[in-house]
Design a protein around this ligand. Structure first.
Ligand code: PHE
Ligand code: ZN
Ligand code: ZN
Length: 372
């Protein structure tokens, strides 16, 4: 009896879990997410903390992202795309340039040329936006660097900026951090052209420099925006690490319900649309806080809604995370974070495909968003 129970209970649980995910309702394209309680984040957050946003929302247009494409179709498309090829290319760049791709180095320049070639081949016209910063840990020398920006067509009055930092630390090749994010943004840009998606709202793909030295590239971009242009920036979607070898699927906690740091109004919609993709694909996902540690920071501070994807850095995987996502509990999510061993071997290609599909899904949702 006892042994029977012991064996029955897990299988009953597994059945319940399986049927829950299998019953996830399919949603016709063009429909809206019905309720926030859909999202696994709300399910995970048993005690909702009060939202405290120190950030006033600027006169940013409120747009309503729409599910213009089927989430399962997007995942299937990204499961057959060569995400790893981009990381391999960046690995070769690092190998040929002293082992890193830090801003101001030849490795960064070659990384940029690779991204620009890819964008041009897909029909975009990338431009460089230059800036300088004083590099700590570089003898305080002035470093010249640049962002790469590439736009789709569509209404510039409701621009969505979809970005990832292109630079690595000086200590290593930066393939998970952030070759993986670069691959996700590049492949989203390429897939949108191939799928023949014609954005109603402009998408601006951004590859930031100077992130590892202090978030300089994205800060420069936001500093250069006029008040009017800030008001015409509907959202920032960011990817900083999407292939952590012992990783998790996480989405920024836009409404602050899980960690208490909300982004500007509109950040919840980003969280929701990303969760919708994971839910419709029966892929577990969780929230991660805005900790001021990536390129969304300048956008949030300017009152622009922000959010995005993250698969983990130097934190250890919890038991609960290992149950949800597999991998090894007690082991670091990315054991080579900011180290020389952050090579192509330090990546999870399947996770990258899943996360990139999420980015593509959310990007199209903003590209096709209803505007008020
Ligand atoms: N998220 C950054 C990275 O690419 C590091 C960082 C952490 C930057 C905290 C600023 C503040 O690793
Ligand atoms: Zn880093
Ligand atoms: Zn990073």
């Amino acid at each position: 009896m006892i042994t029977l129970r012991k064996h029955l209970l897990p299988s009953v649980l597994a059945l319940v879990l399986l049927s829950t995910s299998a019953c996830t309702p399919g949603t016709p394209s063009g429909s809206q997410s019905d309720s926030p309680s859909d999202s696994p984040s709300s399910a995970a957050a048993s005690t909702a903390k009060p939202t405290k946003s120190a950030i006033p929302s600027a006169s940013v247009p409120q747009v309503e992202p729409v599910s213009a494409v089927d989430a399962r179709t997007v995942l299937a498309a990204f499961k057959s795309r060569n995400m790893v090829g981009h990381m391999q290319a960046l690995q070769r760049v690092a190998d040929a340039n002293g082992g890193n791709r830090a801003s101001g180095t030849s490795g960064y320049e070659e990384s940029a040329r690779y991204v620009e070639e890819q964008l041009r081949a897909a029909g975009y016209a990338p431009v460089r936006q230059t800036f300088t910063f004083r590099g700590d840990g570089r003898g305080k020398a002035r470093v010249e660097s640049f962002n790469i920006l590439a736009d789709t067509g569509g209404d510039a009055g409701h621009t969505v900026v979809v970005g990832a930092h292109l630079d690595s630390v000086q200590e290593g090749p930066g393939i998970n951090d952030n070759g993986s994010g670069v691959a996700a943004v590049l492949e989203t840009a390429r897939w949108m052209k191939e799928a023949g998606i014609k954005p109603a709202n402009r998408v601006r793909f951004a590859f930031w420099g100077g992130e590892e030295d202090g978030l300089y590239g994205s800060q420069h971009y936001v500093d250069e925006l006029s008040q009017a242009e800030i008001g015409q920036t509907a959202a920032n979607l960011n990817v900083d690490m999407a292939a952590s070898p012992n990783g998790v699927r996480s989405v920024h906690d836009g409404d602050g319900t899980d960690f208490g740091h909300a982004g500007p109004a509109g950040s919840k919609a980003i969280e929701d649309i990303l969760f919708r993709y994971f839910q419709e694909n029966a892929l577990p996902a969780e929230t991660t806080p805005f900790d001021g540690g990536s390129d969304y920071d300048a956008f949030l501070s300017a009152g622009i809604p922000g959010g995005g994807l993250f698969t983990g850095d130097e934190k250890r995987k919890s038991q609960a995370q290992a149950r949800s996502f597999g991998g090894v509990a007690g082991k670091v999510l990315d054991p080579c974070y900011h180290e020389a061993c952050d090579t192509i071997a330090n990546t999870n290609p399947e996770l990258l495909q899943e996360m990139s599909g999420a980015l593509a899904y959310a990007t199209v949702a903003y590209a096709m968003a209803k505007t008020g």
